[in-house]
Design a protein. Structure first.
Length: 106
């Protein structure tokens, strides 16, 4: 069963850091070009939201398994986060996925 991961960050320049990490990963998430379309190696779903004051970001992802996410973190995301200098998250929590409605426009 797929798992959901919620990660929260606080930083005055959190959106800039997010954009820099995505650039390091070769992803353009703002335009739906993640570059990780294979559920065996990347997230099934990635959402990022920013607070009105621009200092708090929440990232919600759905992964095929915790193991797939751990490999992605070790191989790709962890090095990119370190290179950019992203602070440790203020929250990182796995939750059980119990519902998913992919086509909200239907």
């Amino acid at each position: 069963m797929a798992e959901a991961l919620i990660i929260e960050f606080n930083a005055p320049n959190v959106q800039d850091l997010y954009n820099q990490v995505n650039e390091e990963l070769g992803m353009d998430l703002a335009h739906g070009e993640a570059g990780v379309n294979d559920p065996a190696t990347g997230p099934l779903v990635h959402l990022s939201t920013l607070s009105a004051d621009g200092t708090h970001m929440t990232v919600t992802e759905v992964w095929a398994s915790k193991e797939v996410q751990a490999t992605f973190m070790t191989d790709r995301l962890g090095p990119a986060l370190a290179k950019v200098g992203v602070p440790d998250p203020t929250r990182m929590e796995w939750q059980q996925l119990i519902g998913y409605y992919p086509d909200l426009d239907a």
